[in-house]
Ligand binder design. Structure first.
Ligand SMILES: [Zn+2]
Length: 161
């Protein structure tokens, strides 16, 4: 039977156990590499600027999703952002209760018109709310590996109303 034929008789279905080697590398791309290197090496968060749309976009990408202009101008994201949305997780992905609730937030930044970052919010669930001023807490330089986890999470800025 070829793959163009099909069977409706389940007794004819066969199962052949095999080990299949699949090697691949998923790269973060040119814009992603610039973003992650800045995180790792400089503790900076970069966005990218579209000169046609006059917008700054986060995370950076090679082409503007609105006008398809190639994007090459990286801009630094302000040191503080605002929580735009929060969620509190009390169970793991299998439904097992977590030892402590985990808080996640979508953080946006002044001057960044498109996008933001989703990450851990390093506050207790009772303090997690939209509008909260936050800043990234970076791992120590020697512990950074060039991933989004070089940021431990976002912590509340000390002076909050
Ligand atoms: Zn654009």
């Amino acid at each position: 039977m070829t793959f163009l034929q099909r069977t409706t008789d389940v007794k004819r279905l066969r199962h052949v156990p095999v080990d299949m080697s699949v090697d691949y590398i998923y790269t973060s791309g040119i814009a992603g590499e610039t973003f992650f290197k800045a995180l790792r090496d400089e503790g900076r968060v970069l966005a990218v600027h579209c000169p046609v749309c006059k917008t700054n976009q986060l995370p950076p990408r090679m082409f503007c999703e609105r006008c398809f202009t190639e994007l090459k101008d990286f801009v630094e994201v302000p040191p503080e952002g605002r929580v735009a949305a929060v969620t509190v997780s009390r169970v793991d992905r299998r439904g097992k209760p977590l030892p402590a609730p985990e808080v996640y937030a979508f953080v946006t930044f002044k001057g960044i018109q498109e996008g933001g970052l989703i990450h851990r919010l390093l506050v207790v669930p009772e303090k997690a709310r939209p509008g909260l001023a936050v800043r990234p807490r970076f791992k120590p330089q020697e512990a950074r590996t060039g991933t989004i986890l070089d940021i431990e999470g976002f912590e509340a800025v000390a002076s909050q109303p």
